[in-house]
Design a protein around this ligand. Structure first.
Ligand code: FAD
Length: 323
């Protein structure tokens, strides 16, 4: 294998984020014949996530464990990624467009004077050129980008858009534990206080049930949680619902919230303001439940139910329980 592509396995509370596997599939799309080298960084025993990366298609994994990597800092992660880049000289680097990827990749790109294509949702090859598709104007249009510079292809990919390869538990590959002295950090994260969240991660969920101001109360959201449980999905919300204190801001989807691209998005009592659509318009199938047949959300929905959500949701839940 002449070329190698570096992918970053991102840990969240000790578990690899799903987008880490998607970076491997993306790397294969860049060059099916390249060696896929994965970097997993954190603090503690990284053997299991390293093996997982191999099962999902990585050929070799470098793990870097250090106390200063127990929590993300751009300096700490940046030092390690740049050191591995320097030694391994990859022809491409792919990372998830997560809050970590969004933060660290531009810093590395500017430090090393590299181009960066961020938030790609598709990768194609035409002749020898690699074309990245990325959404612009809050998802209202797409642009296709190629790297003009010869050399390194550096990109982040939006979670849930490039499907991970089927895992193969019989795959093997070298796992190299590497020592990197992560030092001179100007920022140290002393403690992370996490909000308690249960179930599927909203940004990576295949099914999202989002509630709006039409849900009318925090108690009203219980039906959405029940539906999410039955479907194996995650609950999201409009800013209207968050502002009204029906749920936590961590659930907000939209221009100033999370961007999601699930296979199925069910909007419940959400009017479909442009700022909300910015966070969900690229969902594969959109279903809207709204009592106002003129609601803007119906313009984008693949399926619409004009009705009172307090009648529709219990029927839906009852039907699912029968399955
Ligand atoms: P509403 O617009 O009040 O809609 C409620 C809907 O519920 C209505 O369509 C109504 O017909 C329906 N309804 C009511 N009762 C029922 C019932 N019983 N059954 C069925 N349907 C019912 N918004 C976001 O969501 N995300 C963002 O990131 C975001 N960022 C913003 C950034 C800026 C700078 C600004 C200015 C605004 C932003 N907003 C954002 C706010 C956005 O403009 C809207 O105000 C918000 O999305 C409205 O939320 P909503 O659809 O829940 O509420």
């Amino acid at each position: 294998m002449s070329e190698k592509i570096l992918v970053i396995g991102e840990l969240q509370q000790g578990v690899l984020r799903k987008v880490s596997y998607e970076t491997i599939a993306a790397a294969k799309q860049l060059n099916a014949n390249a060696e896929i080298l994965a970097l997993v960084l954190g603090d503690g025993d990284l053997q299991h996530p390293a093996e997982e990366m191999i099962h999902y298609g990585a050929d070799r994994v470098i793990t870097v464990s250090h106390a200063n990597l127990s929590n993300y800092t751009s300096e700490g992660y940046g030092q390690v990624i740049m050191e591995v880049m320097h030694d391994e000289n990859p022809s491409g680097i792919i990372m998830g467009h997560t809050s970590v990827g969004k933060d660290v990749t531009p810093k590395i790109a500017s430090r090393l004077e590299l181009g960066l294509i961020s938030d790609a949702v598709a990768i194609e090859k035409e002749d020898d050129q690699v074309i990245f598709t990325r959404p612009i104007y809050s998802g209202k249009a797409f642009e296709k980008k190629v790297m003009k510079d010869e050399g390194l292809l550096f990109a982040t990919i939006r979670p849930n858009n490039i499907s991970a390869l089927e895992p193969d538990a019989s795959r093997t590959g070298d796992i190299i534990a590497r020592e990197v002295d992560v030092k001179d950090l100007r920022t140290i994260v002393k403690e992370v206080i996490r909000k308690k969240t249960e179930g599927v991660d909203l940004s990576e969920a295949k099914i999202v049930i989002a509630g709006g101001r039409g849900v009318k109360s925090a108690e009203g959201f219980n039906a959405l949680y029940e539906l999410a449980d039955l479907l194996g999905g995650a609950v999201g919300a409009s800013r209207g619902a968050c502002d009204a204190d029906y749920c936590d801001y961590s659930l907000q989807i939209g221009q100033t919230g999370k961007v999601v691209t699930p296979d199925l998005y069910i909007a419940v009592g959400i009017s479909g303001a442009i700022q909300h659509m910015a966070g969900m318009s690229n969902s594969k199938v959109i279903v809207a439940i709204n009592s106002d047949e003129e609601a803007n959300i119906f313009k984008m929905a693949d399926y619409g139910i004009v009705g009172d959500l307090f009648e529709v949701l219990p029927l839906f839940i009852e039907e699912l329980k029968l399955q």
